[in-house]
Design a protein. Structure first.
Length: 727
């Protein structure tokens, strides 16, 4: 593993293809002329496998290797690494999976895909939560696991409802795994290393490992050193024994519930080693991979996955390919289709893949290589459908690029040099203000108050931060991301945030260890102790960066594809793209008694009648203050009185809540979907509280009794399965 001192961040000025002679053999190489910030010139020679690296003028590269006296560095199959465009953060999972189909993983970065929450994903998610709870509490007794199973299932009632699963069946399936998990913990959790199988082992001596501390779970790490991002199931501290040498180190632990070992799992674990190495400033030489359901032995299958140079080289080259396709000016160029009937038929991104091939690449069913599957998805699309897609895809891309514009500053620039409108620096977290918020959706959030103790008056108010903005919180000293969340309140010298976790002050080493030259960090259980937490926070200055949620753009793109491709959206396609006129029933001019006509003018009454007669849609147009909200309230009342279920959606939370506030005094059974921190206090009692339902049947009865369900257009994504099943 290369140490941080060997890394140089350089900009490409020129790239040339050259012929060179090595050992009397003529070989091709790429020579990149590079500059550093001071303007000094460097030369990078790419040979062997590195010739595949897409590197062009203007690119930024991280070179892992030493330059000689002539400022020359050679990257070949025996030495050095090159990360191209490291500011483009590629998901570790995407790179690991891309060896089968790179096109799919580029699309994964842009679209949500046609995923559904089924029994397989449900069990996988719950097993992860169970094992992570046991790791944090360092408790693998049957009694504790049985208790945790009941808790994680109760937190997941909504997901089980969406997947049409019965909670008793799920509880039984999880309970059946307790003996395996206990046996695994008895062997590998503790102070005494136990023998472990090693992937690609070349050593004749057995390796033994034990997990002695848990540093974090679901740790999200972004690395501009390697151009990667990822969420690690568990970051652990382990004792490693080999050849009579005992050492202590840190490692990623990746949990898998699949029944088959996959090369992509090895790749994913290696990438997590890189991410932890960067985040903790320690060489992480291997990671742990645990397969719960591979019953070769009573513990499941546990593997040690070392970072092997030739595998690492191949993975970084693949990552560079993905990063090139993810660049703004290359977004219209996708990797080629693999033309594999089995893979393409079962791909969750095949709709977007085929649509891009037909609309952007001018492809046909013949050029797709999978004629029947291709025609089944996109044969119905005419030229005006493709024009519609091209136009909106370009507009979404422009919006996406603008949202991404400031993101590299989060990772690259000191807070003092960042745009004051986008970054708050030298912020202190008041530990007395940390408040745990059970948000009713099955997981916790934390309300935290950050104070600017020094600086110009009204500093916070002079920025572009607004309530509801998404933010990333980092420690100033080592610039490590410690939490993310949303702005809840703003004042002249402080900002209140609702975060996904308590923002600890980055990695803190504890040098009082009994093993020489080892590294130890505060573990997850220690961080929950108030005294440790308080000293950790008080010693830390934080920066808060405004961050646009790119996930919303993925949703918009996916909706665009679904509109054009899905059979279920054929009617919408005719109305929106084909401009078929909407249909209306013949009105009998009778207004439901529930409608308060005395408070309405003639135009409002006409609008209500039109909406009630609509078979497809009705559009209500009016200037601000002309009574649109009042009219919508009366339409909802009329629909409910006719036994209809109503989905109320708007782009902003305030727009949704403004309508609901006008319905509070009506006898209407409402449900508001969303986070407590984003809705009006008067609407909080109507929020979904998943914790109050003991079983799926109780939740189903509750959901199906609602007359009005209200949410934002983007916020519905989290609940789309059960909302659609209701309507």
């Amino acid at each position: 593993m290369l140490t941080p001192s060997t890394v140089r961040r350089l900009e490409v000025f020129q790239v040339q293809i050259n012929e060179c002679f090595l050992n009397d053999s003529k070989r091709t190489e790429k020579i990149a002329t590079l500059f550093d910030e001071a303007g000094e010139t460097y030369y990078l020679h790419l040979r062997d496998d590195w010739l595949e690296t897409p590197i062009y003028d203007g690119n930024v590269v991280n070179v892992f290797g030493n330059f000689d006296n002539e400022n020359k560095c050679i990257a070949d199959n025996f030495q050095n690494l090159v990360v191209v465009n490291p500011d483009v953060l590629i998901s570790a999972t995407s790179v690991a999976d891309s060896f089968i189909c790179m096109r799919k993983d580029i699309l994964r970065e842009r679209f949500n895909g046609n995923f559904c929450f089924n029994s397989s994903t449900a069990y996988g998610s719950l097993f992860h939560e169970l094992i992570q709870s046991c790791l944090i509490q360092n408790n693998f007794t049957s009694q504790f696991m049985e208790s945790e199973i009941l808790k994680v299932v109760k937190r997941s009632i909504e997901r089980l409802y969406s997947a049409d699963l019965n909670e008793n069946d799920v509880i039984g399936g999880l309970m059946d795994a307790i003996p395996t998990i206990r046996a695994w913990a008895d062997k590998f959790i503790g102070e005494v290393p136990k023998p472990i199988e090693e992937h690609l082992s070349t050593s004749k001596t057995k390796l033994s490992i034990s997990i002695c501390n848990v540093l974090n779970v679901e740790e999200h790490i972004c690395s501009i050193k390697y151009g990667l991002k990822g969420k690690i199931d568990a970051s652990v501290e382990a004792k490693v024994s080999q050849n009579g040498i005992l050492k202590r180190t840190i490692m990623p632990l990746e949990l898998k519930t699949s029944r088959n070992v996959s090369p992509s799992h090895y790749a994913q674990t290696i990438f997590y080693c890189l991410l932890m190495s960067d985040n903790y400033d320690i060489d992480v030489e291997s990671g742990l991979l645990y397969y719960l359901k591979i019953q070769n032995e009573e513990t499941g299958k546990m593997l040690n996955v070392p970072v092997v140079p030739h595998e690492l080289r191949s993975l970084i080259i693949q990552r560079n390919q993905l990063a090139w396709h993810a660049l703004d000016d290359q977004r219209s160029i996708l990797p080629p289709m693999i033309k594999n009937e089995f893979q393409c038929k079962n791909c969750s991104f095949n709709a977007s893949c085929f649509l891009y091939h037909k609309a952007i690449e001018n492809g046909t069913n013949e050029t797709s290589g999978v004629v029947e599957i291709f025609d089944n998805k996109v044969a119905h699309l005419k030229d005006h459908h493709l024009d519609f897609f091209r136009n909106w895809d370009e507009l979404i891309t422009l919006e996406d690029e603008d949202m991404y514009r400031f993101q590299p500053e989060i990772w690259n620039m000191l807070a003092s040099n960042c745009d004051d409108d986008q970054c708050l620096n030298n912020m202190c977290l008041d530990p007395e203000t940390i408040e745990t918020i059970p948000n009713g959706e099955g997981y916790r959030q934390f309300r935290c108050k950050f104070i600017r103790k020094a600086g110009k008056p009204n500093f916070v108010l002079d920025t572009q931060f607004c309530i509801g903005d998404h933010v990333i919180v980092s420690s100033e000293l080592d610039h490590r991301t410690v939490a993310s969340g949303f702005v809840e309140d703003i004042a002249s010298n402080f900002v209140c945030l609702t975060l996904d976790r308590i923002p600890h002050g980055g990695s803190k080493r504890n040098f009082d260890m009994d093993i020489e030259s080892c590294h130890s960090f505060l573990c997850a259980s220690e961080k929950t102790a108030y005294s440790n937490l308080r000293s950790d926070i008080i010693d830390t200055f934080y920066r808060i960066d405004k961050d646009e949620l790119t996930s919303s753009m993925k949703l918009i793109r996916q909706n665009l594809v679904s509109l054009l491709v899905d059979k279920e959206t054929a009617k919408l396609r005719r109305l929106i793209v084909d401009f078929d006129p909407p249909c209306f029933n013949q009105s009998n001019d009778t207004m439901p008694n529930i409608v308060d006509t005395k408070s309405l003018n003639d135009d409002q009454i006409k609008a209500i009648k039109l909406a009630l007669d609509a078979q497809d849609y009705a559009i209500l147009l009016g200037m601000p203050g002309t009574g649109k909200s009042t009219t919508i309230v009366q339409i909802i009342k009329a629909l409910v009185s006719n036994g209809k279920s109503v989905l109320l959606a708007a782009y902003t939370h305030s727009a949704v809540d403004n309508i609901l506030l006008k319905l509070l005094n009506e006898e209407i059974d409402m449900l508001r979907l969303g986070s407590k921190s984003k809705v009006r206090p008067e609407i909080v009692p109507y929020l979904l509280n998943i914790n109050q339902y003991d079983n799926v049947d109780m939740f189903r009865t509750f959901i199906e009794s609602k007359q009005v369900i209200a949410t934002t257009c983007l916020g519905i994504t989290q609940y789309v399965d059960f909302v659609f099943s209701f309507f």
